[in-house]
Design a binder for this molecule. Structure first.
Ligand code: FES
Length: 199
């Protein structure tokens, strides 16, 4: 697992009480089971980063964690899902993540992440703020006969690919937001903070 030259094996020194270690729920494939971890009101008010252990996350599965009162999806993508990133390019509104505020610089790449295997994205639709569902299957869906995996927002039918890139012809104007994050040590992701500081 690579991360822009950062040694994830290095033990991170906790610099204060601002970091929250979260238990998280697993959401499995077709009918996602979503269980939010609830940080304390104090942590929420502080906008504290959330540390996520993804060691139990199987290929193709999604972890749904709460950060600053909003869902953040962590998806461990399969090789098959990653292969579709090229195939759907022509159907996307912003395939190269040119809307800069939608992601940190290290996520302005085709997979929109620091490690192609792991997607970290705010699970809030860029239309009116509903939370889209996760549809990992690479097969036709009622809302898209050419579906190749990703996210579907049922309220107004916006669709996003498995990198959170928005499709053309849907209400959502931009790709899903990638928050600042970093891999802190083996099997751990810190959401809301990176080498540049906190989000
Ligand atoms: S809020 Fe997602 S499509 Fe309207």
């Amino acid at each position: 697992m690579k991360q822009d030259g950062v040694d994830k094996g290095r033990r991170r020194i906790l610099t204060g009480a601002a970091t929250v270690v979260g238990g998280v729920g697993l959401a499995f494939t077709v009918t996602p089971f979503i269980k939010y971890w609830q940080p304390s009101a104090r942590a929420l008010a502080a906008g504290a980063p959330v540390e996520v252990d993804h060691s139990k996350l199987g290929e193709g599965q999604l972890l749904n964690v709460e950060w600053r009162g909003q869902p953040v999806f962590v998806v461990r993508r399969t090789e098959e899902q990653l292969a579709e990133l090229q195939n759907v390019r022509g159907r996307l509104r912003d395939p190269d993540s040119e809307v800069e505020e939608q992601q940190p610089e290290y996520a302005r790449n085709e997979h929109r992440s620091r490690d192609p295997e792991f997607l970290v994205v705010v699970g809030v639709c860029t239309h009116l703020g509903c939370s889209p569902g996760y549809y990992p299957e690479l097969q036709a869906q009622p809302f898209d006969p050419d579906w190749r995996g990703g996210f579907f927002c049922g309220c107004h039918a916006s669709r996003f690919d498995i990198a959170g890139r928005v499709f053309q012809g849907v209400p959502a104007p931009t790709n899903l937001v990638v928050p600042r994050y970093k891999f802190t040590e083996q099997n751990t992701i810190l959401i809301g903070e990176d080498e540049e500081g906190m989000a």
